[in-house]
Design a protein around this ligand. Structure first.
Ligand code: FAD
Length: 425
């Protein structure tokens, strides 16, 4: 029986183990944490948006980087296959808005439990508190297995210690994740293993992450969530992203679905990028102007700041005159045409100045990772070291929100597992 080692019991690693075992291999999963699937528990705010109920072409449109690399993996194990696997193993799923798929129970733990129960039925061995410290290769560079040490959860270092026990294997699957949410165990070990094996690793950048405000006023609005607004990200004249939905002001600046998505479209260097907010995307400039005229006339004896809550949440109305360069106490009947124009333009095009992304601690996903150029897309095998495979977020692929990132982990994991189990001709 071919011996396969999977490094990491996350979404990609568990799926790789299932497919390698189905392919007839003797499979051992080495996981540094005290439990498997630690990140899965956090997904979808504990509900786990497990995949997206769409076809391959629609899926690939949502992949931010290296979409074409995923063609074979998605054909091998599609979102429909994932939904079927869960349903057939006692975890019914539901499709919600935006084709997002969740377990019917809305419990992420049910997804992990289901994957673990399939592993158990297939005889997969999962060893917890075992941290791989390196890939073992013979003098001629052939793969021999991995070195692993016992992980003391209280003393987990960022880098794995050197040395350890040699665990022999004929195939090794690196499914160690990226570097986002490092508290879940993904601290970039896979990048170090890949580099040591001669692979190029593209620089890691936090993605699907909040943006830090350059000014202090957004922090004054901390906790304010805006629905049905539109956010636009531009670099020079080029629109990188524009979408309608929900955003959130936080102690550091901006977050919420629209901002996380916008972060996915940011180039590595963010200088020269501009983010703007349209508070009334449903109104044209003319309609908004007519509305402002009416409101100013109706409240002619009031101060400007007192008529604004009809247009926007009260806390935003407090700071809004300042953002338009207007005194909030100005009586409405003294607002000039130019000032009304400024109000109108700011409602439609409020600049959200930002200095950059938040860090990996808060990033939903890592952009960058093991270069896909040196990995065979039809098998997930290294083009440099036969018998070495990659799966999941450790690879330089990432996607938008909507269940796509987990499905990437499942699809690449499934393909890596099945390929690793195959005997060499
Ligand atoms: C808060 C949050 C919410 C999210 N929500 C969603 C969502 O709803 N839908 C969606 O599609 N995506 C979501 N994502 C993204 C998605 O969770 C990840 O893209 C996906 O889990 C990556 O899976 P992975 O198996 O590649 O990596 P990981 O889940 O990071 O798993 C890697 C595993 O490898 C282990 N490991 C690392 N190094 C070693 C080593 N040296 N030895 C042994 N073990 C090691 C780690 O402990 C870890 O268990 C979310 C992410 C976060 C952080």
């Amino acid at each position: 029986m071919k011996k396969v080692i999977v490094i990491g019991a996350g979404a990609a690693g568990l799926m790789a183990a299932i497919h390698a075992a189905r392919g007839g291999a003797e499979v051992t999963v080495l996981e540094r944490n005290e439990k498997a699937g630690k990140k899965i528990y956090l997904t979808g705010k504990g509900r786990c948006n497990v995949t997206n109920n769409c076809d391959r072409d629609a899926f690939l449109m949502e992949v931010a980087r290296n979409a074409r690399f995923l063609f074979s993996a998605l054909s091998f194990f599609s979102p429909a296959d994932m939904m079927r696997l869960l349903e057939e193993n006692g975890c019914p799923v539901v499709t919600q808005r935006g084709r997002r798929v969740f377990p019917e129970s809305e419990k992420a733990s049910d997804v992990t439990k289901t994957l673990l129960s399939i592993c158990e039925k297939l005889g997969v061995r999962i060893c917890l508190h075992r941290r791989v410290s390196g890939i073992a290769a013979g003098e001629d560079g052939t793969l021999q297995g991995v070195y692993a040490v016992r992980e003391d959860p209280d003393r987990a270092d960022v880098s794995p210690p050197a040395g350890g026990e040699l665990i022999p294997a004929e195939a090794v699957i690196i499914a160690t994740g990226g570097v986002s949410y490092p508290s879940t165990g993904s601290t970039g070990d896979g990048y170090r293993f890949a580099e040591a094996a001669g692979h190029r690793v593209e620089p890691a950048i936090p993605s699907l992450v909040g943006l830090e405000a350059k000014e202090s006023w957004p922090a004054e609005l901390q906790g304010l969530s805006l629905k049905n607004v539109s956010v636009t990200l531009k670099k020079g004249k080029k629109t990188l992203y524009t979408e309608q939905g929900e955003m959130l002001f936080t102690h550091f600046g901006y977050s919420g679905p629209l901002i996380l998505e916008a972060s996915c479209h940011l180039p590595e260097a963010t200088e020269g990028c501009e983010l703007t907010l349209d508070l009334k995307p449903g109104l044209t400039a003319e309609q908004l102007d007519a509305r402002l005229r009416r409101d100013l006339e109706a409240g002619s004896k009031k101060q400007v700041r007192n008529i604004l809550p009809a247009l926007m949440p009260a806390s935003l109305a407090e700071v809004f005159p300042r953002l338009c360069g207007l005194p909030g106490t100005q009586p409405c009947n003294q607002v000039t045409g130019a000032q009304r124009q400024r109000l109108r333009e700011t409602v439609k095009n409020l600049p959200l100045p930002f200095r950059g992304r938040r860090g990996f601690q808060e990033a939903i996903v890592t952009r960058g990772g093991v270069s896909v150029r040196e990995v065979n897309p039809g098998t997930m095998e290294s083009k440099k070291v036969p018998g070495l495979f990659f799966a999941g977020e450790v690879l330089d692929v990432d996607a938008h929100t909507g269940g796509y990132n987990l499905q990437i982990a499942f699809s690449t994991g499934a393909l890596a597992g099945a390929s690793a189990a195959k005997e060499r001709p």
